[in-house]
Design a binder for this molecule. Structure first.
Ligand code: ADP
Ligand code: MG
Length: 348
């Protein structure tokens, strides 16, 4: 009989790590499942415990509490090399004295010696570096080194790949193209992976699921669309992009807000905090008699205009609005600000 729901490839169960007794926990009660072929991004600000979480999965750090299971079995007793997990760090970590081919062959202990060179060339081909096989690492660009490091990691055929801020040393244009290529590569190879990053755009575009971390805890996990559109807390809402936080008085799917009556995405009663993203508000020029706000500033961003506007006598007094490229209002102009999507209720 076929098992419809096999054990996840990786399970973290209330993983906790404290480096020093007097410090707050670096990682606290982190739990999640990762299924075969899935890409998860762990997203959060610097110091929130992302790297520590990866290091515990890889076996470089021992948790104080909790468990790491692979295919339903604890791996805590296993040394890093026996976990069959590949790790790619920010600083590439290629061997400087070996050419690319030798670098890739290095991890291929599972492949018979006689076949390693040929297989290594195939991996280099896959990351678009076949013609660079004889080059030394310092003869490559940052993006090429990063792809070579990935080829070396994938060539070892790990059952899980951990990527710790692998694109952060690349300049902006290269970062975007490299992350697209790397995602395609992982998907083509069916590799299960965890990407650690503090860059929300990177997490949203790279991963199948995003886990947002704050101060050692995993505060929300979901598809990129869910964590962006339905944040559960103000922290998640603000970390994933700009937002406006409105104190409201809810009655079912409606609420009294500082901007008048608004719809809510879920039912609630009483005082609630609501998130409305800048693209969920619209802004129009308006005669002063009908205006409910005044433009503070406009930032032209090519395909859109990012506004800050202020309202009189409400809290908050300032709102961020994303308007189309052709909505051009000068600072000081009276305008009409209208919510055009239901607000999302935040907790705590
Ligand atoms: P991130 O990768 O999200 O930036 P880290 O996991 O590196 O976060 O760090 C989480 C917390 O643990 C931080 O407060 C950091 O200062 C602390 N920390 C990390 N590594 C060590 C260590 N080896 N010794 C003591 N404290 C550490
Ligand atoms: Mg880190």
């Amino acid at each position: 009989m076929q098992n419809a729901d096999p054990a996840p490839l990786l399970q973290l169960q209330q993983l906790t790590k404290r480096y020093r007794a007097e410090d707050a926990a670096a990682v606290q009660d982190v739990s999640f499942d990762l299924h075969e072929g899935e890409i998860l991004a762990l997203l959060g600000p610097s110091g929130c415990g992302k790297t520590t979480t990866l290091r515990m999965i890889a076996g470089f750090e021992t948790p104080d509490a909790g468990d790491v299971l692979i295919h339903g079995r604890s791996v805590l007793e296993l040394a890093p090399r026996d976990r069959h997990i590949g790790v790619v760090f920010q600083d590439y970590a290629l061997f400087p004295h070996l050419n690319l081919l030798r670098n890739v062959m290095f991890g291929m202990q599972q492949v018979p010696r006689a076949q390693r060179a040929e297989r290594a060339r195939e991996w280099l081909q896959l990351v678009g570096l076949a013609t660079f096989a004889e080059r030394m690492p310092d003869e490559l660009s940052g993006g090429q080194q990063q792809r070579a490091a990935l080829a070396r990691t994938l060539a070892a055929e790990p059952r899980l790949v951990l990527l710790d801020e692998p694109f952060s040393n690349l300049d902006a244009a290269l970062r975007e193209s490299t992350r697209i290529e790397v995602r395609q590569l992982l998907k083509k190879a069916g590799t299960t992976a965890i990407l650690v990053t503090h860059d929300q755009a990177e997490a949203l575009s790279f991963a199948d699921r995003v886990g947002v971390m704050q101060a050692g805890r995993l505060c929300q996990t979901g598809t990129p669309e869910t964590v962006y559109h339905v944040p559960e807390t103000a922290f998640v809402a603000e970390f994933l992009g700009h937002t406006n936080l409105l104190p409201c008085l809810a009655q079912g799917r409606q609420a009294q807000s500082p901007l008048g009556e608004i719809n809510l995405s879920t039912e609630a009663q009483g005082e609630v905090m609501v998130s409305l993203r800048p693209e969920h508000l619209s802004l129009e020029a308006s005669p002063a008699s009908d205006a409910n706000c005044e433009v503070i500033s406009r930032e032209f961003r090519g395909h859109d205009n990012f506004y800050r506007v202020q309202t009189a006598g409400t809290t908050p007094a300032e709102y961020k609005v994303l308007a189309p490229y052709d909505c051009v209002l000068p600072a000081g102009a009276p305008a009409r600000l209208t919510p055009r999507q239901p607000g999302v209720i935040l907790r705590g």
